[in-house]
Structure formats: structure tokens, C-alpha cells
Design a protein around this ligand. Structure first.
Ligand code: FDA
Length: 391
């Protein structure tokens, strides 16, 4: 049995940042992961360029049973702090869209930066070691596949359930429950939606067609409206607008799409002496949607007549196209896990368990889920720093 100050389980974004912060305080830190290398999700993130933060990051960009919980950590370590770190390491980056910052070169740059910071903070990294269990005696005891650590602080940074083939495990959730901590039910987030059989028949031959839409899940007002691209896939819908809405979606709910935000598409048909028929409607819709999608949409929604009332109803349907998805593509395709360790169990400033002194939870394993666009990494960095300042 080895005695150590802090054991961090999981060498992803949150665990590495936590280990660095604790190490900088002079704590003896072991950072452990069952993978053969650190930060595997960082490497594949942002299409290999890692969307490492978002300059517009605010607590409103996160889902949680307690929408206030993330405020403290997000204020402790802000996007500016992350940018300062990235710049200290000479990493070049750019804003792609909507405040999303990506590496110019590669996500490898972020990994190299974190590894260097770990080395400077004397963090000992152990790879290929599976976290098996944590017990509490006088101290906390961590059992791994190789050894046992006795430690004052144990930080659980084992992430969520998304992409199991990359090594995601339910370890953090199971451990929380073992210590009597409540876990908010998990579901895949930032995930493509699967059409009903009828919609699949109607639309999937158009796979690859995309359009800018405003997407919203369900009918509750506090959920976001996401104006971004939507993509038709071989099984349903994807693209940023759909991924964003999916995090708010529950089975049995509809998804509403505005296919022509801010536009009165059929107005030309209402003008005096103008043509009113399917061809005229198609022409008008083609001006705002890709041709094949416009044609299909009008063919499926053709009214019986072309009165003003029918045109108004058609216009409204364009702005409120309601679909009832059959499901999602699941954790295999999800970028994140919604739900997780109940924030009521944790101290918002330190991420420490209220019931189990010395036990911390950071990153995706906690019931805080960001929107698409660099928010999830910002949460991982910020929650990691908060715990690292205390553990
Ligand atoms: P993370 O999952 O990164 O790390 C957990 C670690 O724990 C892993 O290294 C795992 O191997 C280890 N582990 C698990 N169980 C273990 C056990 N029993 N024993 C030992 N080790 C164990 N976000 C963003 O902001 N910008 C982006 O560009 C992207 N892009 C993106 C693309 C794709 C394809 C995915 C799947 C996800 C994203 N994300 C993202 C989301 C982001 O990657 C995610 O939110 C963070 O990586 C979460 O960081 P954590 O450190 O909490 O978990």
C-alpha cells in the first residue's frame, strides 16, 4: 500500500487539470487511467482540432437539475484563463463560429500542454491501471488493477458513458451510489436523432442534405432554441442544431424545426394576380431550403386548396415542423452524457462530496452538461481546477 496526498482517477480533461492544480499546491498527486494514453477524447474532439473553450461561456449554456451549481467553478476558471494557458504554451488557435475556439494545428497541442503542466507540477501519471474500488477507513483507499493507494483525497474524473469503445465506464456513477450519493438518471446528449419509420421512408433518401434551422425539443419554454445547421442522415437527423436540441429531448417528445427562420416564405403567393399552386409554392420554398428538400417538403404538405388560410397554415408549418423521433443513436454516437452525480451532493466551490470528506467528483461524471461548442471542455477544466485547489 502506497501513501499519497491525492489520487485522481481518470486522465481526461477534468482529471488532468485537477491533478495540475493540486500538484502546483505542492500536493503529491497520482493521476491514473486505464487507457494506454492520456486524454483520448481530447484527441478526437472538434474533428481532431479540439474546440477547447467558448468565449461566450455562461452558466445558461449548461443543463443540470440545479442550473446555479456550475456558476462558482465557471467563475473560478474562465475561458480567458484557459486562453491564457493555451497562449503560454504557444498554441495557435482561431474562433470558428459562435465563440468556439479551436486549435489551428491539432488537438495534440492541448495534450502536450497538459502533459507539460503535469510534469511541471510533479504529477505522477500511471497508465493502463484500472480503478476498481474506493473504500473509506481512516483514510480513503483506492484499489487499482496494480496496487492500493491510501490517500487523503480521491478525485473521480472518470467521465460519462459516451463512446464506450473509447474506454468510457460507469465507474464514477457506481462509486457515487456505493457511497450513498444520488445519481441523476443518465441519457445520451449531443446525439443524432432517429426518425420514426414513416419519416425515415419519407426523408432518408435525402441523406447528406443540410439546411439552417431553429431546433427545439419538447414544449417547455426554458429549453433552448438552436439556430444552426441540420443534416438529414441515413437514419434520421443530425447537425449542430439537432445535437443541441437532443440534449433536452426525452423519448415521446416532439422536436420542432423552423425551416425558414425570420422569413415569410410564401408571401409572394399572397400577392395580387400571383400564381397559387404547388409549383409556385415549391419555387418559394426552394429559395430558402435546398431544392430536393424543398420539393419533398412541399409534396408532403401540399394543401387541398390555395386559399389565404391554407397558405397561412402552410407558412406556419414551415416554421413549426413537428417531428416525433423514434429515439437517439445512443451512447455509441453521443458526445456527452446528460445527468450524473447529483450536484446537491457536492460543494459547488470545491466539488467535494458533502457526505464523504475527501471524495471529489469533476467533469462529465457530474450532472452538469454543456451545449455543443467548447462548453463541455470548459466545464471539465473549471471543475477540475476547483477540486484541484482544495483536494
Ligand atoms: P473523459 O471522458 O475525457 O475522461 C475520463 C477518463 O477516465 C478517460 O480517460 C477514461 O479512460 C478514464 N476511465 C474511465 N473509467 C476508468 C476506470 N475504471 N479506471 C481508470 N480510468 C478510467 N467537448 C468540447 O467542449 N469540445 C469539443 O470539441 C468536443 N468534441 C467531442 C467529440 C467527441 C467525438 C466526443 C465523444 C466528445 C466531445 N466533447 C467535446 C465532449 C468532451 O470530450 C467531454 O465532455 C470531456 O472529455 C469530459 O472530460 P472528463 O475529463 O470529464 O471525461
Amino acid at each position: 500500500m502506497e501513501k499519497i496526498d491525492v489520487v485522481v482517477l481518470g486522465a481526461g480533461a477534468a482529471g488532468m487539470m485537477c491533478a495540475i492544480e493540486a500538484g502546483k499546491r505542492g500536493r503529491r498527486v497520482v493521476l491514473l487511467d486505464h487507457a494506454e494514453r492520456v486524454g483520448k477524447k481530447i484527441l478526437i474532439s472538434g474533428g481532431g482540432r479540439c474546440n477547447f473553450t467558448n468565449i461566450h461561456c455562461r452558466p445558461e449554456n449548461f443543463l443540470s437539475e440545479n442550473p446555479h451549481f456550475a456558476k462558482s467553478a465557471l467563475a473560478r476558471f474562465t475561458p480567458s484563463d484557459m486562453i491564457a494557458m493555451v497562449e503560454r504554451h504557444g498554441i495557435r488557435y482561431h474562433e470558428k463560429t459562435l465563440g468556439q475556439l479551436f486549435c489551428d494545428r491539432s488537438a495534440h497541442d492541448i495534450i502536450t500542454m497538459l502533459e507539460r503542466e503535469c510534469a511541471e507540477a510533479s504529477v505522477r501519471i500511471i497508465l493502463g491501471a484500472i480503478a476498481i474500488s474506493v473504500h473509506r477507513n481512516d483514510h480513503l483507499e483506492v484499489h487499482t488493477s496494480d496496487t492500493v493507494f491510501q490517500s487523503e483525497s480521491v478525485v473521480i474524473a472518470t467521465g460519462g458513458l459516451s463512446i464506450p469503445k473509447m474506454g468510457a465506464t460507469a465507474f464514477g456513477y457506481t462509486l457515487a451510489e456505493q457511497f450513498g450519493l444520488r445519481v441523476v438518471e443518465c441519457r445520451p446528449g449531443l446525439v443524432p436523432l432517429v426518425f420514426s419509420a414513416e419519416n425515415r421512408e419519407q426523408w432518408c433518401d435525402l441523406a447528406g442534405v443540410s439546411a439552417e434551422v431553429v431546433a427545439r425539443s419538447g414544449t417547455r419554454p426554458r429549453r433552448g432554441n438552436f439556430r444552426e445547421k441540420m443534416l438529414i442522415t441515413h437514419r434520421g437527423l443530425s447537425g449542430p442544431a439537432i445535437l443541441q436540441a437532443s440534449s433536452y429531448w426525452s423519448p415521446g417528445e416532439t422536436v420542432t424545426l423552423d425551416l425558414a427562420p425570420d422569413l415569410k416564405v410564401l408571401a409572394p403567393l399572397l400577392a395580387k394576380n400571383s400564381r397559387r399552386d404547388a409549383a409556385a409554392a415549391m419555387n418559394a420554398v426552394r429559395a430558402v431550403l435546398p431544392a430536393r428538400m424543398a420539393e419533398r417538403w412541399v409534396a408532403l404538405h401540399n394543401p387541398d386548396d390555395w386559399t389565404n388560410a391554407s397558405l397561412a397554415a402552410l407558412e406556419q408549418r414551415l416554421h413549426q415542423w413537428r417531428l416525433l423521433p423514434a429515439g437517439t443513436e445512443g451512447y455509441a454516437k453521443a458526445e456527452v452524457t446528460v445527468g450524473g452525480v447529483d450536484t446537491a451532493e457536492l460543494d459547488a466551490k470545491t466539488m467535494q462530496s458533502r457526505k464523504v470528506p475527501g471524495l471529489y467528483f469533476v467533469g462529465e461524471v457530474v450532472d452538469v452538461t454543456g451545449w455543443l461548442g467548447g462548453y463541455n471542455f470548459q466545464w471539465a477544466w473549471a471543475s477540475g481546477v476547483s477540486a484541484g485547489e482544495s483536494a
